[in-house]
Design a protein around this ligand. Sequence first.
Ligand SMILES: [Zn+2]
Length: 212
Amino acid sequence: MTLKEPKLCPDGECFDEIMLRVLPERLAELEKARPAGKASAGTVVVLHQMGNHGPAYYKRTPADMKLYQPECRTNVLQDCPAQDIVNAYDNAVHYTDHFLGQTVRWLKAQARPTAMLYVSDHGESLGEKGLYLHGMPFMMAPQEQTHVPMALWLSKSFQSQRGWDRTCLQKQADQALSHDHYFHSVLSLAQVKTRWQKTELDFLAACKGPAA
Ligand SMILES: [Zn+2]
């Protein structure tokens, strides 16, 4: 696909928002490919961001998202003052925040019930203890590389359709969840029933009423 989006794709590399730009078109194609008479049970969309991937953190943000200055503008992180690396990284966090906000805006505008489950694949060392990036084996990796954010958003119609306990859902934010929970909880959101789903790894399971 050729993307003629000079603002979102300068120099042949695109910012994450490009995914939202092409999403409606892709979904329409899916709809066309569906066998006649078969209604859609639901669609799972994976938005795989560039996010905060390094070492060129400064390349992840358009000019109007660069709140924190000065930012490190090289791949050779060791050459930058520590604060400049943090600034470039925080600008990318700011952009992800904006991107997720745009995603929720798009989901809210849809006619059907919608939900979003966000999780980072890993954190990054920004020079703490002399470490950079995220390549350490899990057992030895510092918290900066392994402690990641996860966020769940449910549309109003999704909430009333499922009738899950809201207080219980909010309480899940205090649980020590991990990537192990992701797969099983997405199955739950999509109402996919399979023997591969482990209820103990579905953090939504506790919030479903007896009817669900
Ligand atoms: Zn990654």
